[in-house]
Design a protein around this ligand. Structure first.
Ligand code: NAD
Length: 260
């Protein structure tokens, strides 16, 4: 068996996914980046990570809203870098609105990307992982996979679903050298969070600075945003041999939010 390992990180053109991709590259893995940005926008990061860590880094702009898009990403990885040893399901979107005003299309889109894409990706990579007797699946859920917040019905439902998906996959693969775990970050200051600050402030009738202080960081006893590097380091550890007995776990990285 080749010692070279390959990882797919969905939604890795920005934010947490980009940090996870770089952490895996730092551990010597070839990495398939993914996002909806055109390749030109991601080229600088792709080339930088490849050069810095001496690994192969590719990019696919497969849209993961459909099963076909997810399968195209897995096929592109197999064709370019080889069969994936690691799958990190990270791509996600958010929309904030009260339940009775929540647009049907937003519900469908959030469920499609944040939950169904993870299912289709797992389904696509598992036969190969089982055949090779080794695999690592890391699902980036959220503190909202464990607790709810107002205005986020689709996101909370999808992330709770990701936790359930993770546990089921862990049980089905427990004897195959494969682990499946969910990381549940608290608030990380990425483009996804920056974008929702104005709309969440409006839903709650607050200014943006009140929202940061009294809502976002109020939820986290540390009163600090979680960093991309902290989430990425845990994801990378879960992909090591030392983490072989960690499976089916939901691991908060949330400054104590879900301890309350
Ligand atoms: P981000 O907005 O910075 O990045 C989102 C990524 O998803 C980008 O690479 C984007 O191109 C990609 N993407 C969007 N639509 C896509 C599609 N249709 N197909 C393929 N890729 C698509 O987001 P982030 O804050 O880094 O969040 C990453 C993950 O972490 C999400 O699942 C999010 O729910 C989760 N999370 C984030 C936070 C936080 O505070 N930022 C907290 C908990 C969990």
């Amino acid at each position: 068996m080749s010692t070279r390992r390959t990882a797919i990180v969905t939604g890795s053109s920005s934010g947490i996914g980009l940090g996870v991709a770089e952490a895996l590259a730092a551990d010597g893995m070839d990495v398939m980046l993914n996002g909806i940005e055109p390749p030109g926008e991601v080229e600088a990061d792709r080339a930088r990570i490849a050069a810095k860590h001496g690994v192969e880094v590719a990019y696919s702009d497969a849209d993961l809203m459909t099963a076909e898009g997810v399968r195209a990403l897995v096929a592109a990885t197999e064709g370019t870098l080889g069969p994936p040893d690691v799958l990190v399901n990270n791509a996600g979107i958010q929309h904030v609105s009260p339940v009775e005003e929540f647009a049907d299309a937003k519900w469908q889109a959030i469920l499609a990307l944040n939950l169904s894409a993870a299912f289709f990706a797992v389904k696509a990579v598992l036969p190969g992982m089982k055949a090779r007797g080794h695999g690592r699946i890391v699902n980036i859920a959220s503190a909202h996979g464990l607790v709810a917040s107002p205005g986020k019905v689709a996101y909370v439902a999808a992330k709770h679903g990701v936790v359930g998906l993770t546990k089921t996959v862990a049980l089905e693969t427990a004897e195959d050298g494969i682990t499946a775990n969910a990381i549940c970050p608290g608030y990380v200051l990425t483009p996804l969070v920056e974008k929702q600050i104005p709309e969440t402030a409006e839903v709650r009738g607050m200014t943006e600075s009140e929202l940061r202080r009294d809502v976002l960081l109020a939820a986290q006893p540390t009163r600090e945003f979680v960093t991309v590097g902290q989430v990425a380091a845990l994801a990378a550890f879960l992909c090591t041999d030392a983490a072989a007995s960690i499976t089916g776990a939901t691991l908060p990285v949330d400054g104590g939010w879900t301890a309350q």
